[in-house]
Design a protein around this ligand. Structure first.
Ligand code: ADP
Ligand code: ZN
Length: 617
């Protein structure tokens, strides 16, 4: 059978022998050869784009140890485990280790026993660490999550400012800075603060074609989520984002009651609970993590099949980073969000009442406006997202607006009715109210609050009965999102804006979308065999025929047992994508198995015979 050289020499050798891949993805080859030749690089690739190889291969090809600066201390252990499973000699140094463990690791690095060493950024501030690094032959510095150096972005870490030290103290060592956060302002800041002016910048397309973007009107968000999981993602791993700790807890409990394996994660939980939940999410198949955005950076679990938002993210940047955690393995994945009027009101109020100065509020407002534009768009969502990142794209055919174009109507008259109610209340009574009361007025409802304020005497009382309450709420939401309505900071009363006048005067029309709960046809309805047993429950196996799915399920069972016995995450044994390839290729020899993309030498040696047995069974 094929045996691979133990000391691979070229990038391509390492790619095939260690990682098991036949070809580079996107810019990988360019980055890798540039860095191997000693150049600095700034790498902008979306999540799942394949950033890790961009520094791991240079570290394996160049002499010495590659030092990876990463803010993700909690994940270093898993990152190292995954590398060891590939036969790469890796280690980490961070505050979770005992002094003895740290000394052992330092010795191993000095003795040339490591190819890669992960290091927390704060350690660079310690003189002892600097002296230790002085003693090493360093092949490359990798600066992971490089956007953490940017104050403009949303993950700023003061420790990252230290990283300018790297080229000052070790000018001969090439540096590669990597991030999935790309807006031009962030990019400029990374270059400036890390002294990367001479670096070559590699910008990949930020498109994630395997992710299907969907945004639904929020009705009963948890029930909508349960339906999504039941009908399309039964047994799949997923992340559900909520804004508050309380809603994280409530949602996780509701999912558990529905028989879904769900765990909570937020900053208010004890550290042990958080790390235990994170470990289960990473290790077991099919766990749903319900979390605040405190969760997720650096989570490189490749088989997260869906990311759901139950609350509106504050920016497209945040939304894209969070949804990007779905489908890193390139298999079909879903980004789903439930979004409603209350979200818009809440976010606008949050900004208005925040402590920031006017400039900061304006910036937050711009971020939110872009996000609302995405929610309310009538054209392709992907196109809009990519345009936000400065990329041009055609309509994608894999988002809800492409698959089910929304019904559009002329909402000008409805808008005028609402706006003039607001104007009258202000002029005639010096009053302002929230959406609920305004809608009651338009619908001509005789509630206690209408009686109390005498609002049945307004000339707009009862002039809006052509729309139902939910439709009015959709009108209010769209006007708010479009800047044709304002929210007061204190109690959420609605007011008009400068732009509202053009609508009131009939100089401007307003196009609106009819809210319908869109049911995009899923490619992955649960299939059962003759005995009524589900054939496969994972959307990952969509492309497989029925018999192959059966094999895929058996491979998954084998993988779960193997991963458990070795106490590593299931994907460290093999990711879904590789199991899918094995299930369809049905290899009968180690040679055939080695030919499958994602099967490297070390894994062939560790698992090859077992896999062939499962396939043959
Ligand atoms: P990122 O860090 O950019 O999010 P990763 O480095 O985690 O991306 O890679 C994402 C996925 O793509 C991983 O499952 C990885 O194994 C796979 N991958 C990376 N490079 C290649 C390649 N050249 N061919 C096939 N798969 C690849
Ligand atoms: Zn689209």
């Amino acid at each position: 059978m094929t045996r691979v050289p133990t000391e691979p020499a070229t990038a391509r050798d390492v790619l095939r022998a260690t990682f098991g891949y036949d070809s580079f993805k996107g810019d990988q080859e360019g980055v890798i050869s540039h860095v191997i030749a000693g150049g600095d690089a700034l790498v902008l690739m979306p999540t799942g784009g394949g950033k890790s190889l961009c520094y791991q291969i240079p570290a394996l090809v160049r002499p010495g140890v590659g030092v990876v600066i990463s803010p993700l201390i909690a994940l270093m252990h898993d990152q190292v485990t995954a590398l060891e499973a590939l036969g790469v000699r890796a280690g980490f140094l961070n505050s979770t280790q005992s002094l003895d463990e740290q000394r052992d690791m330092e010795r191993a690095a000095r003795d040339g026993e490591l190819d890669l060493l992960y290091l927390a950024p704060e350690r660079l501030g310690v003189v002892r660490t600097q002296q230790f690094l002085d003693q090493l032959q360093i092949s490359v510095f990798a600066i992971d999550e490089a956007h953490c150096v940017s104050q403009w972005g949303h993950d700023f870490r003061p420790d990252y400012l230290r990283l300018s030290m790297l080229h000052e103290r070790w000018p001969a060592v090439p540096r590669v800075a990597l991030t999935a956060t790309a807006p031009p302002a962030v990019r400029r800041e990374i270059i400036q603060r890390l002294g990367l002016d001479a670096a070559r910048t590699f910008v990949a397309s930020f498109d994630r074609p395997n992710i299907r973007y969907r945004i639904e009107p929020k009705q009963q968000p948890v029930a909508q989520l349960v339906q999504l999981i039941r009908t399309e993602h039964d047994g799949d791993a997923g992340i559900v984002y909520c804004l508050s700790r309380a809603s994280v807890e409530k949602t996780a409990e509701a999912l558990v009651r529905e028989g879904i394996t769900a765990l909570p994660y937020h900053a208010g939980l004890p550290a042990e609970v958080r790390s235990a939940n994170q470990a289960r999410f990473l290790r077991e198949d099919g766990v749903v993590m319900v979390a605040t955005i405190a969760f997720g950076m650096g989570i490189d679990k490749p088989d997260v099949r869906f990311v759901a938002h139950l609350d509106l993210p504050k920016s497209i940047e945040g939304y894209y980073q969070e949804t990007g955690r779905a489908g890193r393995d390139g298999l079909p994945a879903t980004a789903w969000m439930a979004y409603g009027l209350a979200d818009v009101v809440q976010q606008r109020q949050l900004i208005a009442t925040s402590d920031g100065d006017a400039a900061h509020k304006r910036l937050q407002g711009q971020h939110l406006d872009a996000m609302l534009g995405l929610c309310e768009t009538m054209s392709c969502r992907r196109q809009l997202i990519l345009e936000y990142f400065g990329e041009h794209a055609e309509a994608c055919g894999n988002c809800d607006t492409c698959l089910n174009p929304p019904d559009v109507f002329d909402g000008t008259v409805a808008a005028q009715k609402l706006l003039s109610t607001i104007v009258r209340l202000r002029r005639e009574r010096n009053q302002s109210f929230g959406a609920g009361q305004l809608i009651d007025i338009l619908l001509g409802r005789r509630t206690a609050k209408i009686d109390q304020w005498g609002h049945d005497g307004l000339s707009t009382f009862g002039i809006g009965t052509e729309l139902a309450e939910t439709q009015w709420r959709a009108v209010v939401r769209q006007l708010l999102a479009g800047g044709l309505l304002a929210v007061s900071a204190d109690h959420g009363a609605l007011g008009i804006t400068d732009d509202s006048w053009a609508v009131l005067r009939g100089e401007r029309t307003v196009e609106m979308r009819h809210d319908v709960v869109t049911r995009v046809k899923s490619p992955s309805r649960k299939k059962v065999d003759a005995r009524g047993v589900p054939v496969t429950r994972s959307v990952a196996a969509t492309a497989l025929g029925e018999q192959d799915r059966d094999l895929f399920e058996r491979l998954r069972t084998w993988r779960a047992e193997t991963a458990k016995a070795a106490s590593v995450p299931a994907y460290v044994v093999f990711p879904d994508a590789v199991l899918v390839s094995i299930a369809s290729a049905r290899p009968t020899s180690l040679d055939e198995l080695f030919a499958i993309s994602g099967v490297g030498a070390k894994k062939l040696e560790t698992y090859g015979d077992d896999v062939l047995l499962v396939v043959a069974a």
